[in-house]
Design a protein around this ligand. Structure first.
Ligand code: NAD
Length: 411
């Protein structure tokens, strides 16, 4: 196993121990919850443009499929490691279970810095990952999707490689595809839109007034789509940041104009009407949206946060230590807040299976229904357990996985 700076799977085990104190799952089931069902490590040879062969290391962790086929993205990043894919596959299992989907959880990755590859090398690497692992994939086995530094184009290459190998069309093998090869309308903006809906539902429960202010860390795909949907619900976006700059406007930003400005200039700096903001986390806002990186809120910086509500649009933006220190806030956990991406991936699979494609309004209506249902179930669980929202969401999910494992006679 590669050297690891951070043992992400240790976090999963710590969370399970905390959950077990509340749920008191039978010992056999608890044992099964602590291990992925299968972790595959592959060496992928790629002929580089200069003629040399380079070997890349890839993984797929299939955590639990008691509720249905494994489901989860493929990450291309230099820091990918076995512990990380195992952890992300466990969290995918809780995410699909909390949504009530007939899916389990998986995750994959390749150790690679995509910025060092040509388009041809990237395509050969993507196809090589499928050649190494195709026996583990399929609509009824395990369904990958995009994640960090993987795109709809990469999904299209992967699907094509898979279909060539198996000799038939099976678009439901991979989701997050371009529309032309069986993607779903509404998949691109889904994560941001679904998160904004969840923020609205949480704000209503907390009696935050209409027009509440929101600060967003990370104005990328998720952050920008979130902002667009949030202003439609009547929220005011008063601060946003990207990897270089943070800007502030207490009157609220014109979000479509800011999106165009970022597209045209490459950043948010000097957007007309804004002032420079030292740290988006410290802004006077009712709601804080971490939508950039893992571990951006830590035991060192948690004290500057003024917001009453935090909605985790990024995966794992709050360290476990900071999470405990922020107990006076309502924190919507990532497995609920950013779940609309995998939810619309599921809807993509359903459309692929029936070979009939819905208009965007139909996708959004179905997404809103299932997201609202998951929110209400987790909120009721929080009231019942008198726990954090995070623990309540995980409790709903883990209970569903345990029930399915018991029904199957696994434990
Ligand atoms: P993205 O690359 O489009 O955007 C990330 C943004 O964060 C960029 O604008 C970047 O400039 C900014 N950023 C980077 N470092 C920053 C810093 N230190 N401070 C402030 N901003 C910083 O990525 P994305 O697809 O929007 O994903 C954002 C997060 O949401 C990730 O954690 C991802 O795992 C999670 N997520 C994404 C999806 C999805 O469907 N795209 C689904 C679930 C979770």
């Amino acid at each position: 196993m590669e050297a690891q700076q951070h043992d992400a799977f240790a976090n999963v085990l710590a969370q399970l121990t905390e959950l077990q104190a509340v749920l008191k799952v039978e010992e056999n089931a608890f044992t099964l919850l602590q291990e992925p069902k299968r972790v595959v490590r592959v060496a992928i040879p790629v002929k580089m443009d200069n003629g040399a062969v380079k070997v890349f290391i890839g993984y797929r962790s299939q955590f639990n499929d008691a509720l249905g086929p494994f489901k989860g993205g493929i990450r291309f990043h230099p820091d990918v490691n076995e512990s990380e894919v195992k952890a992300l596959s466990a969290w995918m299992t809780w995410k699909t279970a909390l949504l009530g989907l007939p899916l389990g959880g998986g995750k994959g990755g390749i150790i690679v810095d995509t910025k060092t590859l040509s388009a041809g090398e990237l395509e050969r690497l993507s196809r090589g990952y499928i050649r190494a692992l195709y026996k583990n994939f399929g609509p009824e086995i395990d369904v990958p999707a995009p994640d960090v530094y993987t795109t709809p184009q990469i999904m299209a290459w992967m699907l094509d490689e898979y279909e060539v190998i198996v000799g038939r069309h099976q678009p439901g093998t991979i989701t997050g595809k371009p529309l032309t090869v069986g993607g779903s309308a509404g998949r691109g903006p889904a994560t941001g839109r679904g998160g904004a809906l969840i923020m609205k539902l949480a704000a209503e429960k907390m009696n935050l007034p209409v027009g509440s202010s929101v600060a967003i860390q990370g104005f990328g795909n998720v952050g920008a789509e979130f902002a667009l949907a949030a202003i439609a619900f009547g929220f005011k976006i008063v601060a946003v940041s990207d990897s270089h700059d943070a800007i502030y406007n207490p009157a609220g930003f014109d979000v479509p104009a800011l999106m165009k400005y970022k597209h045209d200039t490459g950043g948010v700096k000097n957007f007309p009407g804004s002032t420079v903001c030292a740290d988006v986390l410290a802004v006077e806002a009712d709601v804080l949206i971490p939508a950039a990186l893992e571990n951006s809120i830590t035991a060192q910086n948690f004290g500057i946060i003024k917001a009453k509500l935090i909605v985790e649009m990024a995966n794992g933006p709050i360290t476990p230590e900071a999470d405990k220190l922020l107990a006076d806030k309502v924190i919507v956990p990532d497995i609920l807040a950013n779940a609309a991406g995998v939810l619309v991936s599921y809807l993509e699979q359903v459309q692929n299976a029936s070979n009939y494609y819905w208009p965007e309004e139909e996708v959004v209506a179905k997404m809103n229904l299932l997201m609202t249902d998951a929110f209400n179930t987790a909120w009721s669980k929080m009231e019942e357990l008198k726990s954090s929202f995070r623990l309540a969401g995980q409790a709903v999910a883990v209970q569903r996985v345990v029930e399915a494992m018991k029904a199957r006679g696994w434990c």
